[in-house]
Design a protein around this ligand. Structure first.
Ligand code: SF4
Ligand code: SF4
Length: 198
């Protein structure tokens, strides 16, 4: 449809259009307020306009890029070889690695320190794609952690990232997500009570 470019006389007055706009905005606001207040939203339009997080959840697609994890070898050791490819590919420059020599002569290097600053991360997944040994994944199915207001807590270290792999193996993605929702419900009910993050 071709957009009309010329304004008619009433539109040129602007005030009528402004009043029309404000009327529409406020009528929707009031309508939605009452629909939500009395819980009619679901019945009237079929689906809720919002998700009542953390009581309700939206199913994420299979390829959803969630929290990072560092994968492990069958013996529980870290898979990462500290090649720095992920850190080089990262557009946000939020991966920090310190490599060390390994005691085992068959292993060249390992990350003594591996950290992701999740406040800088844009969850693009380039790190996962860049890794030649499948040592980093974003398949936890859980969206980024909301830590308390201390920026240092948003830096996820090697231990946190490795523990996620263990948890995923022990519980599976469904139970992990359920645990996350329960934690967020607890945070909502008792914001001052300490919870385990990760
Ligand atoms: S998801 Fe993107 S921004 Fe985040 S650590 Fe990986 S490469 Fe960097
Ligand atoms: S996670 Fe993969 S790409 Fe990153 S340093 Fe380790 S082995 Fe290299």
């Amino acid at each position: 449809m071709k957009r009309r470019e010329e304004m008619n006389f009433w539109e040129r007055l602007y005030i009528i259009e402004v009043v029309k706009g404000v009327t529409i905005t406020f009528s929707r606001l009031i309508r939605n307020f009452f629909l939500f207040a009395f819980g009619y939203q679901k019945k009237l339009i079929g689906v809720p306009a919002v998700i009542q997080y953390p009581d309700e959840r939206r199913d994420y697609p299979e390829r959803f890029r969630g929290r990072h994890r560092l994968t492990l070898k069958p013996n529980g050791d870290i898979k990462c070889t500290a090649c720095f490819l992920c850190a080089t590919a990262c557009p946000a420059k939020c991966i920090h690695i310190e490599a060390s020599e390994h005691d085992d002569p068959n292993i060249e290097k390992f990350p003594d320190r591996y950290e992701i600053d999740t406040l800088l991360c844009i969850y693009c997944g380039y790190c996962v794609e860049a890794c030649p040994v499948d040592a980093i994944r974003m398949d936890t199915g859980i969206h980024p952690e909301v830590y308390p207001p201390d920026p240092r807590m948003f830096i996820e270290d090697k231990e946190v990232l490795m523990q996620r792999s263990r948890d995923l193996e022990d519980y599976g993605p469904k139970v992990l997500y359920q645990m996350h929702m329960q934690k967020m419900q607890q945070v909502e009910k008792e914001p001052t009570k300490e919870v385990k993050y990760g």
